[in-house]
Design a protein around this ligand. Structure first.
Ligand SMILES: CC(C)(COP(=O)(O)OP(=O)(O)OC[C@H]1O[C@@H](n2cnc3c(N)ncnc32)[C@H](O)[C@@H]1OP(=O)(O)O)[C@@H](O)C(=O)NCCC(=O)NCCS
Length: 188
């Protein structure tokens, strides 16, 4: 599946499944968000080529979904504007559940990329990976992400107080979920 999306800026970008050439771009985005230090409960960037490649190999082996937003006029690694991964849980009895993670490059936020890559990832995770429900977790102060998840129809199902401690601050964790059939009914 592949779609062209025209941004408010006039730029045309492509949304599609990840391929091996995207690995550096995806990890570049991840490491930049880690350095921002306020969105993910991760303290150190990932530098190891082995770790980056293993992550990609595992996606392919497990047939997990990773949708990327690609700028055709930019060079690697900056051409990957964002990524949305829906991974499987470790439990044998929860293969119908996918766990969502998303990152969009700072310069390209608030342009609708997040909305569109999540939308494609949800649809593809049902079609290609038999997922029925998507779950996610988010810091309670991440207003933009929470707004977007609610807009897509995710329901808040819990809060873990002071679940994370970073840079001398505690953060509550918000837990959300979405049934894919409900999503598809509301967004045919
Ligand atoms: C969260 C994130 C993935 C969203 O991607 P995005 O491409 O910016 O999302 P979109 O542009 O589709 O939607 C963002 C929406 O939030 C709104 N928004 C922005 N700041 C907001 C705020 N402080 N409060 C409420 N809504 C806000 C925007 O107006 C937009 O809504 P609209 O399209 O209806 O106007 C992206 O901003 C990001 O990567 N953030 C850093 C990493 C992160 O937080 N990852 C998720 C961890 S749970």
């Amino acid at each position: 599946m592949k779609e062209v999306l025209k941004l408010k800026t006039g730029e045309k970008i492509v949304i599609r499944h990840i391929n091996e050439l995207d690995i550096d771009g995806v990890w570049n985005n991840f490491n930049e968000v880690v350095e921002e230090g306020i969105y993910l409960p991760v303290l150190f960037p990932v530098k190891s080529r082995f770790e980056k490649q293993s992550w990609y190999n595992n996606i392919k082996k497990e047939r997990e979904i990773c949708i990327v937003a690609v700028h055709p006029k930019l060079k690697s690694p900056y051409n990957i504007l964002g990524q949305c991964e829906i991974s499987s849980l470790d439990w044998d009895a929860a293969t119908h559940v996918g766990s969502l993670g998303i990152i969009v490059q700072k310069k390209y936020r608030d342009l609708g990329i997040g909305f569109h890559i999540i939308d494609m990832a949800i649809r593809e995770s049902k079609k290609l990976d038999n997922k029925e429900k998507i779950i996610l977790s988010c810091f309670s102060n991440n207003k933009r992400a929470l707004f977007l998840y609610k807009k897509l129809g995710f329901k808040m199902i819990g809060r873990r107080e002071k679940q994370f401690y970073m840079d001398s601050n505690y953060y509550d964790e918000i837990l959300m979920e979405l049934w894919i059939n409900d999503y598809l009914t509301n967004n045919p």
